[in-house]
Design a protein around this ligand. Structure first.
Ligand code: DAH
Length: 334
């Protein structure tokens, strides 16, 4: 019977068309054209009736096998195309920032640092950075720090076992020098960073903690600018009931020098009138000379805040060591 010979080539054409269907709609069309009620393969099956009794079993077997094969090809292609349709049209850029953090939180110290940086950025400060392993020149000498200053003593500072007497920086003030060495004035920077001192850990001290240094150099810069800037930043951070006061102090790299005290409702709640939070002052002319700025032309101020102090105040934390223990029960609260 002639049409038995047609089965194999028809099946091959159908298989090719099913496999090449470009999308789900095209696949449905191809399916209809072959195995739908009016499909070519269906027509073939209808012709079974014209076969003789002897021919029928073999033909039936052949046609059924072909139909099974076509249906399997249809299902396979459908799965492929459905998968393809589910993929995004544009390639995904995995370097884009996420809409939300998938897991975890920022450490409270990071959150406070980010907020301080944000406040300073509003008034035109840029973030600068420097090494935690420093030399004595940048940490002390260039900051006009005398040879007999206690910070230079190995009782107070971590020195590395190197011939050039390198050390873990005791303050972020070293970065003032590194920045001024590299760029001419004016300068308006802040430097968040980690510092190290040989303190024994107790509720308010730890051998490593964090500071934010600030440096502003321009013409006709005054203590008034310094006070206004510090007040602005603390109001941004802690709310409008903040008050600050400057107390005379001594630092070898500033003249005059001050300590900054801070108060607000939180401080009062802790049973205190004022809390010391920073050192600051007008940059010493000797420091300008050392980095090659003309002290007759340029004036400036600098400060250093302790970040932990600010975070402890903000969150009502009374033990600094909690920041470093990485206890999730503590960290989860921020
Ligand atoms: N470096 C000082 C400290 O660690 C803080 C400080 C005081 C920084 C006065 C300054 C400054 O820039 O002008 O205690």
């Amino acid at each position: 019977m002639g049409f038995l010979n047609d089965i194999e080539p028809l099946k091959q054409t159908a298989l090719t068309e099913l496999k090449n269907a470009a999308d789900l709609a095209a696949l449905e069309q191809t399916k209809g054209a072959w195995i739908g009620p009016n499909g070519k393969f269906t027509a073939l099956m209808k012709q079974m009736g014209t076969l003789s009794k002897e021919e029928k079993p073999a033909a039936g077997k052949l046609i059924n096998a072909a139909k099974v094969e076509l249906e399997a090809a249809l299902a396979a292609r459908r799965e492929e195309l459905e998968l393809k349709a589910a993929l995004p049209k544009e390639p995904t850029d995995f370097t884009l920032p996420g809409r939300r953090r998938a897991l975890g939180k920022l450490h409270p110290l990071t959150q406070v640092t980010d907020d301080i940086v944000r406040a300073f950025r509003k008034i035109g400060f840029a973030v600068a950075d420097g090494p935690e392993i420093e030399d004595e020149y940048h940490c002390f000498d260039a900051l006009n720090t005398p040879a007999d200053h206690p910070a230079r003593d190995s009782q107070d500072t971590f020195y590395l076992n190197t011939t050039d007497k390198r050390l873990l920086r005791t303050h972020t003030s070293s970065v003032q020098i590194r920045v001024m060495e590299k760029q001419p004035p004016p300068v308006r920077i802040i430097v968040p960073g980690r510092v190290y001192r040989r303190d024994n850990a107790d509720a308010t001290h730890n051998p490593t903690f964090h500071q934010i240094e600030g440096l502003y150099v321009d013409k006709n810069v005054t203590v008034g600018d310094l006070k206004g800037t510090v007040e602005f930043v603390f109001k941004e951070l802690m709310g409008s009931d903040v008050k600050i006061r400057f107390r005379p102090h001594y630092f070898s790299y500033t003249e005059p020098s001050y300590e900054i005290d801070f108060t607000n409702a939180l401080v009062k709640k802790m049973g205190k009138d004022w809390l010391e939070i920073a050192g600051c002052g007008m940059v010493h002319p000797q420091v300008f000379e050392t980095v090659g700025y003309d002290p007759e032309v340029w004036t400036g101020w600098a400060f250093g805040f302790g970040i932990e102090r600010i975070a402890m105040l903000r969150y009502g934390i009374n033990d600094i060591r909690l920041f470093y223990e990485n206890d999730v029960r503590f960290l989860k609260q921020f």
